[in-house]
Design a protein around this ligand. Structure first.
Ligand SMILES: NC(=O)c1ccc[n+]([C@@H]2O[C@H](COP(=O)([O-])OP(=O)(O)OC[C@H]3O[C@@H](n4cnc5c(N)ncnc54)[C@H](OP(=O)(O)O)[C@@H]3O)[C@@H](O)[C@H]2O)c1
Length: 270
């Protein structure tokens, strides 16, 4: 595994395992600087969303980087308020990004209109506006309902995942159905980076707690999406390809699970 390692989605499209998260980087100049720093550090996968308010910053950073568009994997998401017209929502996102396609378009959250919207995403996919389509924050129940009506199996389910929220049943279900799991908030949104058990374990590898958490996701076969606005941390979070967490220590980390949710809890979403 290395920084630009990819895995194939269920439609054959390759996705880099390491992605750069951009939530809560609303200022477009700050976002542009952070994405440029990520691209300079070697990330080739950027995760944004209409609701993050930074698609234009992501697009301009990609253009300024000089890296060919097709070498960068770009994800954006359909926000909850835009299910009345997903076609227009994607067109608006593409205009803000300054792109004519995205690599992955996700339903951001399992709102009640999700299945009807999925059929529209399938049409957008067949028209080449999004190379892959997927979902986010879907539980097994939401996925099962979607699979009943889907012509295209979602390529991805992007959910909160880290050792403190180790959603094994969801990972198993997705794996059986050919849906790749992406880990968002892999650094627990900062909430557990000072956990003394994590700090001690990381020190044994000469790595930071954040690096250990990113590496744990990669060794679980997950796509991982750490975010930072700081250049030093952006590089640090990607410097995880020169060590391997032993299987005994992976089990120790698995044991940290406490069903901690730092973001959404979609469990009761109807
Ligand atoms: N689909 C969804 O509903 C959803 C929900 C949440 C997140 N996401 C995606 O997942 C990405 C990552 O999740 P996230 O932004 O919630 O949180 P995260 O990546 O788990 O953690 C980010 C936090 O950790 C800090 N940090 C980053 N690197 C660090 C390091 N090496 N050492 C110490 N602190 C560090 C950041 O601060 P600084 O920025 O100041 O460094 C920030 O406060 C998002 O940006 C977004 O793309 C998706």
């Amino acid at each position: 595994m290395q920084i630009d390692s990819t895995v194939k989605l269920n439609n054959g499209v390759k996705i880099p395992l390491l992605g750069f998260g951009t939530w809560q980087i609303a200022d477009s100049k700050v976002c542009e600087r952070a994405v440029l720093a990520a691209l300079n550090a070697g990330y080739r996968h950027i995760d944004t969303a209409a609701i993050y308010g930074n698609e234009s910053g992501v697009g301009s950073a990609i253009r300024k980087s000089g890296i060919p568009r097709e070498e960068i994997f770009v994800t954006t998401k359909l926000w909850n308020d835009h299910h009345d017209d997903p076609v227009r929502a994607l067109e608006d996102s593409l205009r803000r990004l300054g792109m004519d396609y995205v690599d992955l378009y996700l339903i951001h959250f399992p709102v009640p209109q999700r299945n009807a919207s999925w059929k529209i995403l399938e049409a957008l996919h067949s028209r080449g506006k999004c190379r892959s389509i997927g979902v986010s924050n879907f539980t097994v129940r939401h996925l099962s309902g979607l699979l009943d009506i889907a012509g295209v199996v979602p390529a991805v389910n992007q959910v909160e995942l880290h050792p403190y929220l180790y959603q094994m049943d969801l990972i198993d279900f997705c794996t059986k159905k050919g849906i790749l799991v992406e880990a968002y908030s892999p650094l627990t949104h900062g909430a557990r980076l000072s956990d003394p058990r994590l700090v001690a374990l990381a020190a044994r590898y000469g790595k930071s707690p954040a690096q250990l958490l990113v590496r744990w996701c990669l060794q679980k076969g997950l796509v991982v999406l750490p975010k930072s606005v700081r250049e030093d941390r952006i590089a640090e979070n990607a410097d995880v390809f020169d060590f391997i967490i032993s299987s005994a220590d992976m089990a120790v980390l698995d044991g940290f699970n406490e069903n901690l949710r730092t973001c959404w809890d979609p469990t009761d979403a109807p």
